[in-house]
Design a protein around this ligand. Structure first.
Ligand code: NOJ
Ligand code: NOJ
Length: 674
């Protein structure tokens, strides 16, 4: 079958296992002595033989197979077949969209490590690089790389680091690197120039997602005895700690507000970033202080009455909130060390399962291609039911995500040896096992077994749906026509291939190393605090990689496990500047002062305050800044209208205070504009 052959130029980029028709190595989850999960390879092919053996025995003995298991076996075989054919194609086509040599983008001015969203230049024009798409694609590549070292993939990862280090310095309509705002720009020209057209900006998921992708690779470097790629990661973490509570556009680029996916991604980035930073001896207190507050806010998206995550709040409420946004948040924050924790929205948590049902159900009746499909069977999944982009259709990546969440859940249930059902998740389970009851069902019990086989088949069903609507040569677009089932909109969407590869990796039992979720599930006591810490941003130096960057057999492995918490003897003290100043739309309040952290009286380096707590009744601007312990500080607020040209200073003498010696207590300044 020529169509399914992989050209040689691509071959060396594909991890060995992916280009084999059956991947013999999959990874099983084991709980080791210290209670941490580790991933051990086991022979997957063996279990397949065992299965064949079981069928053979049955037919030899002439036992009729029950209809249900016959159906399930057939489904499994169909899905296995398609996955085996599709895997090398997905790898190839994904890599085809990455510069400079990808087969669909070469000689078109795409620098190394730049992911083009789709090679399509019209209807739709997707010949751009989106920070979100690129980060999610590279997150998957980094996980695949950690699992299976190839030099080709390694080159890709290094290229990504270099391209993003450069991209961070590119000024754009969202702003510059000075105060970090430019990092929120959603998309760029493929040659890394700014995109100046109108767009839904900023989109605040880009920086945390990029940090997450880079951290995956940085951890590999550390584990192999090399220094990590910190400066680029640090800018994105600082952005996350500073701007997380400000509204921005959702991942679908349509509604300004607070987006669940963005918040969940931010929480993960801060936790994982603090973990890496601690190993590297970098300051992490801003991340550890902000992360629990982000998690706290994340809880407010939950609609307990109807059992789902309202994906957009503080804007976009004209939608009913049922959105693949939340399923994507769940799979991209999967970490079995958190078990089935609901706060971090783990895939097997009762909330995430209930949400899975509500979101998937919202697409059952609206698409013609889903008509007549039984409630316990998979359907094509879209972004959200009110979508009108290309008339509103199912998307490949959303359909794969629905499968991936269930594979994730299955992995944790098997590792735990039990399935817990709560009132919240009961409706989800009842769709598949009508006799399911609230309680903990241990491995070996009838309910456990029924659930595992029903959910395995349900998950495979989503893959089968996607396979049915993919092109017969394995190509996938962005969307699936809601009436005809034809693949439509952006052809060869990079993200579609990535979504296929991550979902099927989970199906194969491969679990990415965790991000510290198990140590980051606790909510802060009391009310959520909107704690925003300002960072100083620096253009990352051009990354330099040592020449001997191969996996080292005896490298001094640094354990990247503990997430730092608490604070002892900090060099810098957190100071929150609270300034009440009525402003009109477009105006910004900044603080400037004598110490370097306040820009050394240079208005170009003044630190913007956040208006996230501003209301008409209480015009509060605030920001938290780490300032050298013991400093004597003088400062003033300035009001900026239309850039620094329009600076107006508040009147009176400079304000003054002394920062105490090393204290972990946040110091508050309460001021009124004068
Ligand atoms: C392009 C965006 O990428 C897409 O998400 C959106 O639906 C359309 N613009 C229409 O606004
Ligand atoms: C539209 C999607 O809504 C958005 O999430 C994505 O980043 C762009 N297309 C590019 O793929």
């Amino acid at each position: 079958m020529a169509l399914f052959a992989v050209p040689n130029i691509i071959q060396d980029l594909i991890p060995a296992a992916a280009s084999e028709s059956i991947n013999p190595w999959t990874w099983n989850l084991n709980l080791n002595a210290s209670g941490l999960y580790e991933y051990l390879p086991t022979m997957h092919a063996l279990s397949k033989f065992a299965l064949l053996g079981a069928c053979a025995v049955q037919s030899v003995m002439g036992l009729p197979e029950p209809v249900e298991s016959r159906e399930a076996n057939l489904l499994k075989r169909n899905v296995d077949d398609w996955i085996n054919r599709e895997t090398p194609i997905a790898w190839q086509k994904l890599l085809c969209n990455i510069g400079p040599d990808g087969c669909a983008v070469r000689n078109q001015g795409v620098p190394a490590g730049v992911v083009v969203a789709s090679p399509s230049r019209s209807d739709p024009d997707y010949f751009y690089t989106w920070t979100r798409d690129a980060a999610l694609v590279y997150k998957g590549l980094a996980d695949a790389f950690r699992r299976n070292y190839t030099e080709g993939l390694h080159t890709q990862l290094k290229n990504f680091v270099s391209s993003q280090a450069k991209l961070q310095g590119v000024g754009n309509p969202a702003g510059g690197l000075n105060d970090g705002q430019g990092l929120g720009e959603p998309k760029f020209m493929v040659d890394l120039k700014e995109f100046t057209g109108e767009w839904g900006r900023p989109q605040r998921d880009g920086p945390p997602l990029r940090a997450i992708a880079l951290i995956r690779y940085a951890k590999w470097l550390v584990e192999n005895g090399h220094k990590a790629v910190w400066p680029t990661i640090e800018n994105d973490l600082k952005y996350s700690a500073q701007y997380w509570n400000q509204t921005g556009f959702d991942l679908w680029e349509e509604v300004p507000g607070s987006s669940f996916f963005t918040i969940a991604s931010t929480h993960r980035a801060l936790v994982e970033g603090a973990q890496l930073g601690a190993v590297l001896g970098k300051p992490t207190r801003a991340y550890t202080a902000v992360a629990p507050q982000v998690l706290c806010f994340q809880q407010s998206f939950w609609n307990a009455r109807e059992g789902f995550v309202v994906s957009n709040i503080n804007g976009g409420e004209w939608r009913r909130g049922r959105d693949a946004n939340s399923i994507l948040a769940s799979i991209h924050n999967f970490d079995p060390s958190a078990g089935c924790d609901a706060n971090t929205f783990q895939p097997c948590s009762d909330r995430a399962l209930s949400n899975h049902k509500v979101v998937v159900d919202s697409f059952r009746s609206i698409y013609n291609i889903n008509r007549g499909i039984a409630q316990n069977k998979a359907v094509a999944v879209g972004r959200y039911s009110e979508d009108i982009f290309y008339n509103g259709n199912p998307w490949f990546l959303a359909t794969f995500a629905a499968a991936e969440q269930l594979y994730d859940a299955l992995l944790v249930w098997k590792a735990q040896g039990s399935i817990a059902i709560t009132q919240t998740s009961l409706p989800f389970f009842r769709d598949h096992v009508s006799s399911a009851t609230v309680g903990t069902h241990a491995a070996g019990s009838a309910t456990y077994n029924q659930i595992v086989s029903a959910i395995t088949a349900y998950a495979d069903g989503f893959i089968e749906v996607a396979s049915k609507y993919a092109h017969s040569n394995g190509a996938m677009n962005e969307q699936i026509d809601r009436n005809t089932g034809q693949p439509i909109a952006a052809p060869d969407l990079t993200w579609s291939y990535s979504a296929f590869l991550t979902a099927t990796a989970r199906r194969d039992g491969y679990i990415p190393t965790g991000w510290g979720a198990g140590q980051a599930t606790a909510l802060p006591a009391g009310q959520c605090q909107k704690f925003e810490v300002a960072g100083n941003y620096n253009l990352p130096p051009t990354p330099v990689f040592p020449s001997n960057l191969t996996p080292a057999a005896n490298a001094p492995v640094e354990q990247i496990t503990a997430v730092p918490t608490g604070c002892t003897n900090p060099e810098k003290v957190f100071v929150t500047f609270n300034e009440r100043a009525s402003t009109s739309w477009g105006q910004v309040i900044k603080v400037v002062g004598n110490v370097p952290e306040l820009g050394s009286w240079d208005v170009n380096k003044a630190v913007p305050l956040s208006a996230s707590k501003y209301t008409s009744g209480d015009p509060l601007w605030s920001i938290t800044l780490p300032i050298q312990a013991g400093s004597s500080v003088q400062y003033k607020y300035i009001r900026i209208t239309n850039g620094v040209a329009g600076v107006s200073w508040e009147g009176g003498d400079n304000r003054a205070f002394s920062v105490p010696g090393a204290t972990c207590d946040v110091q508050n300044r309460w001021d009124n504009w004068r």
